[in-house]
Design a protein around this ligand. Structure first.
Ligand SMILES: [Cu+2]
Length: 370
């Protein structure tokens, strides 16, 4: 037990706990955004996942629900490619090992991009919910949650693209909300991840949605919640699920090929018949997803919380030019780390970036222009 506990404590210090490494569609695996290397590259590979300088594996807090970071994670930038998927097909999203202390809902949304998800302005995307699994079983506090099913399912989540959906380009917004500290305001942890899809099919539904910055309020009943008491009900946060959403049983997907992201408009996905690695060993779990709960407007008491700085970005430009960093030289490149507890690398950024404190443990070179 102690062996497990000590690394978990260390991981807490770097503030976060997971991300999606790849997604699998009909056996074809598409690489995700590799937070350990892509943020350090000037020209990262084209993948179907949105990019983020979230090298700390972190999360978005309720105080930032009204900022663009809640849409597709910290400073997210459009994926440069997309995957083709037929309406009615299922997508398996593979996470890194998710800690079992982090209970909470798993939620999926889609938003139409119009002409291209590769160039769409994320602040215009309107998301509709296609999946939302919260508290599945509360016989033993803190209960069994959507993300407990995710862990049991080889740390992956299966979601179906609604068969009734009109073909087109969509951003898939997949999210875990960890509630282990949600008993107090601003204690919830959102881990959103976005992927670009071109959906094919003969459906005609064009569901309405809401802007990412309007999905949640810090005072939502499903956001401020003490999961260590017995809960009779739990309302999955966010708008009511789209009527065509399909509730499915979780299962993992075997990988038979690796997929190459499609760029530009149109065209079918090319797959390189590659290694037939099976990430999940074909294992299926028989956990059952709960039907997405449909919240009717829950009236929560709105405690006015004045957040003086919604971005929490403290600009602390340092003029030090010491210590060579792991990613080269005496200055750090854009999106590289430039400080924080335990950091011994470069603390100055290159000409295009400014060192900013994301949290006490992680300072990052953010583009000066932004
Ligand atoms: Cu964590």
């Amino acid at each position: 037990m102690l062996k497990v506990f000590a690394p978990a404590l260390l991981a807490t210090l770097v503030a976060g706990h997971g991300h999606v490494t790849n997604i699998v569609i009909n056996g074809v695996s598409y690489e995700g955004w590799d937070i350990d290397s892509f943020p350090y590259e000037t020209d990262p590979p084209t993948v179907v996942a949105w990019g983020t300088p979230n090298t700390a594996n972190g999360f978005i807090t309720p105080d930032d629900y009204d900022t663009s970071d809640i849409i597709c994670h910290l400073n997210a930038t459009n994926a440069k490619g997309h995957a083709v998927v037929a309406a009615g097909d299922k997508i398996n999203l593979q996470w890194t090992a998710w800690p079992d202390t982090h209970h909470g809902p798993v939620i999926d949304y889609l938003a139409s991009c119009g002409d291209s998800c590769e160039t769409v302005d994320k602040t215009t995307l309107k998301f509709f919910k296609i999946d939302g699994v919260g508290l599945v079983d509360d016989t033993a506090v803190p209960g069994t949650w959507g993300d407990d099913q995710l862990i049991a399912n080889n740390n992956s989540w299966l979601v179906e693209i609604p068969p009734t959906l009109a073909p087109g380009n969509y951003v898939l917004r997949h999210e875990i909300i960890a509630l282990h500290s949600a008993g107090t305001e601003d204690g919830a942890q959102n881990y959103p991840q976005c992927f670009n899809l071109q959906v094919t099919g003969s459906g005609s539904d064009q569901p309405s949605g809401v802007l990412g910055t309007e999905l949640y309020s810090p005072t939502d009943a499903g956001i401020i919640v003490n999961i260590y008491t017995s809960l009779s009900t739990y309302v999955v946060p966010g708008p009511t699920a789209y009527s065509g959403a399909v509730s499915i049983t979780q299962a993992s997907s075997s990988i038979t090929a690796s997929g190459t992201p499609v760029t530009g408009s149109g065209g079918a996905a090319t797959t390189s018949a590659g290694s037939s690695t099976t990430s999940s060993a074909g294992k299926t779990s028989s956990t059952t997803t709960a039907v997405a709960s449909t919240p009717t407007s829950v009236s929560t008491t709105l405690t006015t919380k004045v957040s003086t700085s919604s971005t929490q970005t403290i600009t602390s430009t340092t003029s030090t030019t010491s210590a060579a960093s792991g990613s080269g030289g005496s200055t750090q490149s854009v999106y590289g780390q430039c400080g924080g507890t335990g950091w011994s690398g470069a603390t100055a950024c290159n000409a295009e970036a400014t060192c900013s404190s994301m949290n006490p443990y992680y300072y990052q070179c953010v583009p000066t222009a932004v």
